[in-house]
Design a protein around this ligand. Structure first.
Ligand SMILES: [Zn+2]
Length: 276
């Protein structure tokens, strides 16, 4: 099996060999997601506009320059935005980080490196039940009410289900993971059943929605990752295992490592106690 570092070396060699080498060797005239989501790059990434039909990038995230994704990811976001706007007129999907230009590591995430990861602000309602156009990521408790400082808000499972259904039904390579705090996941699936959606759609959503075992609980945002596009042959659906920073020394550390290894893994993701 080719090591990610070797793949990156081959990529860099191809890119530095000359402009002609890019097309036909690595690039194919469209965006290219290369390597694992936590150790890769994004070639010729597409920039998501600041706003479009049913979606918006609020200033906190626009200022980071993290709006670059694969064609497929940008198409999926546009699709979900359109469905949100059609189903809940006046509502907008608030988009957080995708990848930085060119992909690779960024200050805010260990993954989000290959243009296939995106975060979304959660939908919320105010005390009167009115839908809120959330500009910040708020932390929600198990009951669905915010637990941080500021105006109390309630998780809006109805609009959230609309966007989850649109995600799993979107054309393209398909959704690999949807990370969300477990109690909020349950509220979304309750809403899905109440909405009368087909069982197959609910089952698919339920299989993709998960709270990561040992990274941030995702109680303030939803993280979505797409599978690799079929024509991105250097793209990996598996995350790269990072070497430990120092050898483990104590029995306690060994016991902790064994415990983490025993935990069930979610989909293709491996977790390293980081924020995805
Ligand atoms: Zn994320």
């Amino acid at each position: 099996m080719t090591r990610p570092a070797a793949m990156l070396g081959a990529l860099l060699a191809a890119l530095t060999a000359g402009a002609c080498a890019e097309l036909g060797v690595v690039g194919d005239g469209t965006t290219v997601s290369w390597g694992p989501p936590n150790e890769g790059v994004l070639i010729d990434g597409t920039r998501l506009p600041r706003e479009g039909e049913g979606f918006v990038v609020h200033p906190r995230w626009a200022a980071r320059g993290t709006q670059f994704g694969t064609d497929e990811l940008v198409d999926v976001i546009a699709h979900v935005g359109r469905v949100v706007a059609e189903t809940h007129p006046g509502s907008r999907l608030a988009v957080g980080d995708l990848s930085i230009a060119g992909g690779g590591r960024s200050p805010h995430h260990r993954s989000h490196q290959t243009g296939r990861d995106v975060d979304f602000v959660l939908f919320a309602r105010d005390a009167s039940g009115k839908p809120v156009d959330s500009t910040e990521m708020r932390h929600f408790g198990a009951s669905g009410k915010t637990v941080d400082a500021g105006e109390p808000l309630w998780f809006d499972a109805e609009r959230q289900w609309t966007m989850v259904r649109a995600l799993v039904e979107a054309p393209g390579p398909g959704v690999a993971n949807i990370f969300l705090y477990a109690p909020l996941r349950d509220l979304v699936l309750d809403e899905a059943r109440a909405s009368g959606a087909p069982d197959a759609v609910i089952d698919l959503a339920g299989s993709l929605l998960a709270q990561p075992g040992d990274s941030a609980p995702h109680d303030d945002h939803m993280h979505v990752r797409l599978f690799c596009a079929a024509d991105d042959t250097g793209c990996s659906d598996y995350t790269a295992r990072m070497p430990p920073k120092k050898p483990r020394k104590t029995a306690v550390e060994e016991a902790m490592a064994a415990e983490i290894a025993r935990r069930p893994r979610i989909g293709s993701m491996l977790h390293f106690g980081t924020r995805w």
